[in-house]
Design a protein around this ligand. Structure first.
Ligand SMILES: Cc1ncc(C[n+]2csc(CCOP(=O)(O)OP(=O)(O)O)c2C)c(N)n1
Ligand code: SF4
Length: 284
């Protein structure tokens, strides 16, 4: 885990759930004995996305909401890299929602960790697409609070074609194990990580999540390969929130459908004899 440290000290607020996720991230990579040089971490903009400053792998903090397109580019340039995309609920389900849907449909072999604090943290506490109905923020004041129906990340990921869908929390001792399973999954793997924002979300706290979560692997006969079972619980939210590996299946990954990548990664291919003119002529 020490190998993954960088010289930078996290600037997150004291008690922020991002610390737990950072610790679990390093633990998951260490458990898998992955070489840091074989990992590319792509994040967006937000408190959560700063994680790219704190792990010593290849890493890019890109534009807000553009995490998945950049991760897609990295993966297609060198599909032998383990590509991890990461960011907040605002980054992924607000500005980045279209990319989320299409990356899942394509089933690229990318792992996507969403730090879901149900709020925009970095910009100081506006509602996000995952904010609960009635949430009172400076953007959605009383008497009604948030009147927009929230997005459930697990349910959405399942519906749009992600082949691995899990949920955990920043304080869950199983978080590292769930992250490790997501990283080793071949295909688009989404982990909805419930992450308290101690500064701006005073409702969805560590205690709030602790009182509501239950582990799907403790349900009798729960089979994550069963799409019907997964769909039946994916929409649960409120009094009961399922955590663990909710769905896992196999489908052809996008990279394997591209003959150009069959021999070796694009990054390793010579462009010396490539004629742009003949490529353009072929498309005409
Ligand atoms: C295109 C664009 N729009 C808006 C912003 C302002 N902005 C920066 S971070 C952020 C929200 C971050 O929320 P989230 O993704 O949930 O991450 P968190 O800070 O909560 O971890 C916004 C709106 C921006 N940087 N770029
Ligand atoms: S504002 Fe919220 S999400 Fe951002 S560092 Fe502070 S506690 Fe964490």
């Amino acid at each position: 885990m020490k190998e993954l440290n960088t010289p930078y000290v996290p600037t997150w607020c004291l008690g922020c759930g991002d610390y737990g996720i950072l610790h679990a991230w390093k633990k998951a990579v260490a458990m898998l004995e992955l070489d840091p040089e074989q990992i590319a971490l792509v994040s967006g903009i937000g408190c959560s996305s700063k994680i790219a400053q704190y792990v010593n792998t290849y890493r890019i903090e890109t534009l807000h909401g553009r995490t998945l397109p950049v991760a897609t580019g990295v993966k297609l340039a060198n599909h032998r890299l383990t590509v991890i995309a990461e960011g907040g609920d605002g980054d992924g389900t607000g500005l980045g929602m279209g990319h989320f849907v299409h990356t899942a449909r394509r089933n690229l072999d990318i792992t996507y960790f969403i730090h879901n604090n149900q709020i925009y943290g970095l910009t100081k506490g506006q509602t996000s697409p995952t904010s609960d109905l009635g949430s009172v923020t400076k953007f959605t004041p009383l008497p009604k609070g948030n009147v927009e129906q929230p997005i459930n990340i697990v349910q959405t990921a399942l519906q749009v074609g992600a082949t691995f869908v899990a949920r955990s929390t920043a304080a869950d001792p199983n978080l590292a194990a769930v992250m490790a399973k997501a990283i080793t999954h071949k295909g688009f793997a989404v982990v909805d990580i419930l992450q308290p924002c101690v500064s701006f979300n005073h409702v969805n706290t560590y205690q709030w999540y602790k009182e509501r979560i239950y582990r799907v692997d403790q349900l009798p006969d729960y089979d994550p390969a069963d799409y019907g079972q997964a769909s039946a619980i994916a929409g649960q939210w409120g009094d009961k929130i399922p955590v663990g590996v909710i769905y896992r299946s196999e489908r052809m990954i996008f990279e394997e459908s591209l003959p150009q990548l069959a021999a070796e990664p694009l990054a390793g291919q010579s462009v010396e004899n490539v004629s742009v003119t003949s490529l353009m002529d072929a498309l005409a």
